[in-house]
Unconditional design. Structure first.
Length: 638
């Protein structure tokens, strides 16, 4: 394996040198055009909303935040939301099979990771069954995404419990920015995809868009060459409509989808059939800006999901969510306050090995919060905030936070933060049971006394643009964890008997080497010092809490070879995973695009360019190998 990694590393280095040479050639070519995406100065002025709950420039946000722009997504050749998230250096993205991913920030990664909050246009998409995301049920039309804000670190004051290690907010473009038609189609040896969108006007001050898309994912293979029955067929359609302007605006949007896996055959003597998922959502949002400078936002949505997975369990979940937020400027203070109510109703049928007791439940969450951003002087600001959130399991949880930001110069910011973060119990913690097939003997039981996992989090960061065309960001973090989830020897009861520390750093930079050539990269390190509390008899200990590399780094080169030609190369290195063991790997992805006409773009994306296949997650006997792939795409925008 070491020799194999050495060969891969040399090939990756060769690819990086080729990219460097091509970039220099492009930079020196008078015919090469400027990069289509924003300049680094413009990127620093991108407005982000997920850090403080109101719009602020990226350069002044007191948090470890990375923004994936629409052009980043297009130039990467990503065909799914999880693949687009690989562009964020502060996320760990591991592909488990053809459609399922393990995605987290700052540790505890698994396919049911529960400490990362994910939103799509402000709609929370985690399931109350385990406080995580079924990534094979979440999709968007990537061409309509405006940006993805990735905040690593606690966001509980604004977003509530479970925003412990970070927040991902996928923000789509307003309907007015997606007028006319767009169609794309592509295929390769691992997938087929097609999408269409149409946008138009609604009266004198409104716009709309409708879209539809269909995907087919081929199954993956194991290391021994046997096929994994994980191929997927998926269809999705939706709409968005926007009315009004800066003073008052109203948005209505929704999506509906269905997907199914291939037949998975017989598992442990039982035919488990397919995984079949479906769902729909409808969101309404009204914003109003008043003459006094204050603004009000009211948002409500309904979300229905249905998952048939006989190998695990079969849940139907309905969620209603209402949120009100009011921002008031008061001299040197920016006051933000509000509250929300969330209701979930589920019905869960037993699967082959798991179920819930009771099989149906109603859960409610109620919260109020207040945040005061105080301008201490021209260069120093202090943000104090607190959220009180009540849940049906542990009552009211307190989520305080303090952030201090010092504008060292016009091009640099030093910030620090201290927060209390909480991961509240989900149904999996309290009410799940797991049993061997064809047996009534439970080997795992939910813990009726399970309480919230709690962390005191400390962060410090520095963001700067020391020269025109060069920016970087550094952040260090330290978590003091208590009451992490643990178990016992079978028959196990879920408990809170693990504690300890998690710490590390995140860094990324971008350099505009020439008008037509940009280099960027990132590095994340992670260390975990977790241990069982006295009295615990947990047989696996902290290793069951997620599988994380101690480091990962990325390098990316984006340049225009000519006014109508683009070449992007992404090199990433992910350290080994400890339990279950997954070898470290290097992957090189490349995309070449040609603007054949004003309205037609042709592109070819190659993934794992120098690696026939590698695993990214899971136990050796059953995990998928993520193979080299090619994807050709045509994009038409008349």
């Amino acid at each position: 394996m070491t020799a194999s990694l050495g060969v891969t590393a040399r090939r990756a280095a060769a690819a990086a040198l080729l990219s460097l040479a091509a970039g220099i050639a492009a930079a020196q070519s008078r015919s090469a055009g400027d990069l289509a995406d924003l300049s680094l100065e413009e990127l620093g002025n991108i407005e982000v909303t997920s850090v403080s709950g109101h719009a602020e420039s990226l350069s002044t946000a007191a948090a470890s935040v990375f923004v994936i722009t629409a052009d980043d997504i297009r130039r990467s050749g990503a065909t799914s939301l999880p693949e687009a998230l690989r562009l964020a250096p502060n996320l760990q993205v591991a592909r488990a099979d053809s459609g399922q991913y393990a995605i987290s920030a700052r540790g505890f990664n698994s396919t049911i990771a529960n400490k990362l909050l994910v939103l799509i246009d402000g709609r929370t998409v985690y399931t109350p069954l385990f406080s995580g995301v079924f990534w094979d049920m979440q999709d968007v039309m990537l061409e309509d995404v405006e940006r993805i804000e990735v905040i690593s670190g606690p966001g509980g004051t604004i977003w509530g419990t479970n925003a412990v290690n970070g927040v991902i907010n996928v923000i789509t473009r307003p309907a007015g920015a997606t007028q006319g038609d767009l169609a794309s189609a592509g295929g390769g040896d691992r997938e087929l995809r097609a999408a269409m969108r149409h946008g138009g006007a609604l009266g004198s001050d409104g716009h709309f868009r409708i879209y539809g898309k269909a995907d087919r994912l081929q199954n993956t293979m194991r290391a021994n060459g046997s096929a994994v029955a994980d191929g997927w067929d998926r269809t999705q359609a939706g709409f968005r409509a926007d009315w009004g302007g800066a003073g008052s605006a109203f948005t209505l949007q929704g999506d509906a989808y269905s997907a199914k896996s291939e037949q998975r055959g017989v598992v442990l003597g039982t035919d488990v059939g397919r995984v079949e998922v479906s769902g729909m959502n409808l969101l309404a949002r009204w914003t109003r800006r008043f003459a006094s400078g204050s603004d009000l936002r009211v948002q409500a949505y309904y979300d229905h999901t249905d998952r048939e997975d006989f190998a695990a369990f079969r849940p139907k979940v309905d969620i209603f969510d209402l949120e009100i937020q009011h921002a008031v400027p008061l001299g040197r203070h920016k006051l933000l306050w509000g509250g929300g109510y969330r209701h979930a109703h589920d019905e869960v049928l037993d699967g082959l090995v798991a179920g819930f007791v009771p099989p149906s439940k109603d859960l409610d969450w109620v919260n109020v919060f207040a945040q005061d951003e105080i301008e201490l002087n021209r260069r120093l600001s202090l943000t104090l905030s607190v959220k009180l959130e009540r849940n049906d399991y542990t009552g009211t949880e307190s989520l305080p936070s303090a952030r201090l930001a010092w504008t060292v110069s016009s091009s640099s910011l030093l910030w620090g933060a201290a927060s209390r973060a909480v991961r509240a119990p989900a149904r999996l913690d309290r009410e799940i049971f797991i049993f061997p097939p064809s047996s009534a003997i439970r080997i795992v039981n939910g813990g009726p006394d399970f309480v919230s996992e709690v962390a005191n989090v400390y962060e410090v960061g520095y963001r700067a643009q020391p020269a025109r065309g060069l920016t970087y960001s550094l952040a260090a973090f330290h978590y003091d964890w208590d009451r992490l989830r643990s178990g016992q020897p079978p028959p196990a009861v879920i408990q809170n008997m693990i504690e300890g520390k998690v710490y590390g750093m995140e860094a990324w930079a971008a350099w505009q080497a020439a008008p037509s050539w940009r280099l960027s990269g990132g590095l994340t390190t992670l260390r975990k010092d977790l241990h069982l509390k006295p009295g615990s008899t947990d047989p696996t200990g902290p290793s069951a809490l997620g599988n994380d590399p101690e480091y990962l780094w990325t390098l990316r080169s984006s340049h225009n070879l000519a006014p109508r030609q683009e070449l992007d190369i992404l090199l990433r290195r992910v350290g080994e995973l400890p339990v279950p063991a997954v070898p470290a790997y290097i992957a090189v992805d490349a995309r070449y695009a040609w603007q054949a006409r004003r309205d037609v773009e042709l592109s070819l994306t190659l993934q794992n360019l120098f690696d026939p296949a590698h695993p990214e997650f899971g136990a050796a006997a059953t995990r998928s190998e993520i193979a080299r792939s090619a994807f050709f795409k045509v994009r038409w925008t008349p």
